[in-house]
Design a protein around this ligand. Structure first.
Ligand SMILES: [Zn+2]
Length: 675
């Protein structure tokens, strides 16, 4: 288990509407047409900045959320499609081009997938059906986990929180197919209804495998029973944000004592993990619950549960009926998406997921010029200087803690665009015509890569996101900020636009990631990435009081119907948003002062105002009610509206820029201010 990466956006795996990079460059025009000037910016800044965009950008039928991130991801996806179509047929391909090209064309060959039918799963099902007794389960689980089928629990690797130079093994809760344990446990009408629909979906998948309706219905109940037992043992999403709460390094023998009926040594040997004495058992209670379930569940029910996980995880490599059924539940019911994405988009996503650095390498060569990297680096330096100044001036922090904070800031490393060393995919075989095999072998390659790290030093040069990704992240155990090439484009950074707009976009994104080093999670890790307290008790107390202000503020925001934003779940992201925009503003002011010129208005707006417009406009979005609900319950980021408004309400700089007065909605009476 890795501490959840603190990123800027939801990871958008799907996008809609087709447009070329040229057409969608941010221009002065698009800034203005995205706005709704009939709204008072002091009353609802998000509507003022985004009203035009929201009106003109309905959610495409194959999407559940449509945003500025999504627009850019769509542009990148079109470019990736071009790369892949070319790699599929180009003569004299190199090894990487062969892999990405053949993976893509095999994924696209729906006729061949249809012809093979669900029978391709037979060898895998034979493994499951061959389970003779529960004592053999560890070997079977190692086989399934080894192919990326994440049933019953999760096993992988990650930095040792208290000795971050080192990678250790990590065993964690897992084995659910709904988005969170709460979906199995809550009794409100929406949750009850959703479980009914989930049962139907699981039964439908079994029917597609050829089981009779009665049998399929009973199998769905068996799956639900196993998953509900696992859900009961699982930790709460908010509590799991606390790094101390998810760190239990213990000898392998102690892990074994939590699950006496499952031989962990047999599992570890079979899965091919390097020898280890100890590991992080993230959720000890989960393994007790797992043990109880393994004792009480019948062999048949366990096999049914494993068959479900196999067919569920590989639905995209199976005939269309499986893809459609999978979409009906996970796309339509859960997210409110109207139509299944065209196959090419799903295949591009699959290549990005399974061969991300082979594909990303070509993407970077074609679409990420060295100037883009240099520009970003310059801005990172400006933002780091601003955060340095901000920390120095903080009224609530002692000099002792400030000194430590500055040591941590100075140690943050920047990674921009793409990895210094590309991943070597030599060991991964991609065969034309074998869609399921390609997917399972790619999973196996990744599992092997993760497990091989155990016992080795942490490699901070590695990336957790692929180059075309429209996102960014801070990694607390590595103490570095990471900006994939995919996000370093309009509307985040436009080399044709004025500084003010770019500081409100990319500048604030950089500020956001830097601030993650000092949010409620990041602040618990030191300059070396160790979970180690560097605060005085008084400063820690002042910090907690100040972050509680964000919890109270965001708790009040309504995501949809009666569902509120969860202040505690989104605390890290909200802290990063607030700190990020504040230091972006400081950096812009300094850059304007250094230039020594009287800044001009553009489109009638001062640089100050344009910075805020730039910020507001990266959050323009439309989403279905279902998705708004899903994200509010499970995602650590607030909805776009509150990412824009929740921050500016706390900023006297904003109120001054727009002439807002006390009592107006964008002037919060008890403004929150941490960084
Ligand atoms: Zn973030």
């Amino acid at each position: 288990m890795r501490l959840s990466l603190a990123s800027i956006a939801l990871l958008l795996t799907c996008v809609g509407m087709s447009m070329t990079a040229q057409e969608s460059k941010t221009t002065s025009d698009s800034v203005v047409t995205s706005m709704d000037k009939s709204v008072d910016p002091c009353v609802d800044f998000y509507q003022f900045a985004c009203g035009g965009w929201i009106k003109n950008n309905p959610i495409p039928p194959d999407q559940s959320i449509w945003s500025r991130f999504g627009e850019l991801a769509e542009r990148n996806r079109e470019e990736l499609r071009g790369i892949l179509e070319n790699a599929a047929k180009a003569p004299n391909r190199d090894a990487n081009e062969q892999k990405i090209g053949d993976y893509y064309s095999t994924c696209m060959d729906e006729a061949a997938i249809e012809k093979k039918g669900a029978g391709v799963l037979k060898p895998e099902f034979d493994h499951i059906n061959g389970l003779r007794d529960k004592a053999a389960l560890p070997v079977l689980m190692a086989y399934l986990h080894g192919q990326g089928i994440n049933a019953l629990f999760d096993f992988g690797s990650g930095a040792d929180f208290k000795n971050a130079k080192q990678v250790i093994g990590q065993a964690d809760q897992g084995g659910l197919s709904l988005p969170d344990r709460d979906y199995y446990l809550k009794d409100d009408p929406k949750s009850v209804e959703l479980r009914k629909q989930y049962l139907q979906h699981v039964a439908n998948m079994f029917k597609l495998l050829g089981d009779a309706p009665d049998k399929a219905a009973a199998e769905a109940i068996a799956v639900m029973n196993v998953e509900t037992a696992l859900a009961k043992g699982s930790g709460d999403r908010v509590e799991r944000r606390d790094p101390e709460r998810v760190y239990h390094k213990m000898p392998v023998t102690e892990w074994q004592s939590l699950t006496p009926s499952f031989s962990v040594t047999r599992y570890l040997t079979s899965v091919g993990a390097p020898a280890m004495d100890s590991l992080n058992v993230v959720e000890p209670n989960f393994f007790k619950a797992l043990d109880a379930e393994l004792k009480s569940a019948s062999m048949d029910d366990l096999k049914t549960y494993l068959r479900w996980h196999l067919v569920h995880s590989q639905a995209e490599s199976l005939p269309k009926a499986f893809q459609d059924e999978n979409f009906n539940f996970y796309g339509k019911t859960l997210r409110g998406t109207k139509e299944l994405q065209p196959r090419w988009k799903r295949c591009v996503a699959a290549v990005d997921g399974d061969l991300g650095e082979a594909l990303g390498r070509v993407f970077v060569e074609k679409y990420f010029p060295p100037e883009a990297k240099a520009r970003t680096l310059k801005m990172v330096n400006q933002l780091e200087a601003a955060l340095h100044h901000d920390i120095t001036e903080l009224p609530w922090m002692s000099e002792v803690t400030k000194k430590q904070a500055l040591i941590k800031l100075a140690a943050i490393q920047n990674k921009i665009g793409y990895p210094a060393k590309w991943r070597d995919y030599t060991a991964l075989k991609i065969e034309p015509g074998d869609a399921l095999g390609n997917s399972l072998r790619a999973n196996a390659f990744e599992v092997h890569r993760q497990l091989a790290k155990i016992g080795k030093p942490l490699d901070k040069q590695e990336w957790q996101m692929t180059p075309p990704t429209v996102n960014a992240y801070y990694d607390p155990t590595e103490n570095n900020i990471n900006f994939p090439a995919g996000i370093l484009q309009p509307p985040f950074y436009d080399f044709k636009a004025d500084d003010a707009l770019n500081f409100g976009g990319m500048g604030a994104v950089i500020g956001h990631e830097l601030t993650h080093g000092f949010d409620d999670q990041g602040a618990l890790f030191d300059a070396q990435g160790n979970l180690h307290d560097w605060w005085t008790p008084e400063d820690q107390k002042a910090f907690k009081e100040r972050t509680q202000c964000f919890v109270n503020e965001y708790d009040q925001f309504v995501a949809v119907d009666d569902v509120h934003v969860r202040g505690k779940l989104t605390l890290g992201e909200n802290t990063a948003d607030n700190g990020g925009l504040r230091i972006a503003h400081m950096a812009l002011m300094k850059s304007l002062a250094d230039a020594g010129k009287q800044p001009e208005k553009i489109d009638g707006f001062t640089p100050d105002q344009r910075l805020f417009i730039g910020w507001g406009q990266i959050w323009c979005e439309n989403q279905t009610d279902q998705t708004a609900r899903l994200l509010a319950l499970n995602n650590e980021h607030s909805p776009g509206k509150y990412r824009a408004n929740g921050v500016v309400q706390n900023m006297p700089e904003f109120q001054k820029a727009w002439g807002c007065k006390a009592g107006q909605p964008m002037v919060r009476e008890n403004a929150c201010h941490v960084w």
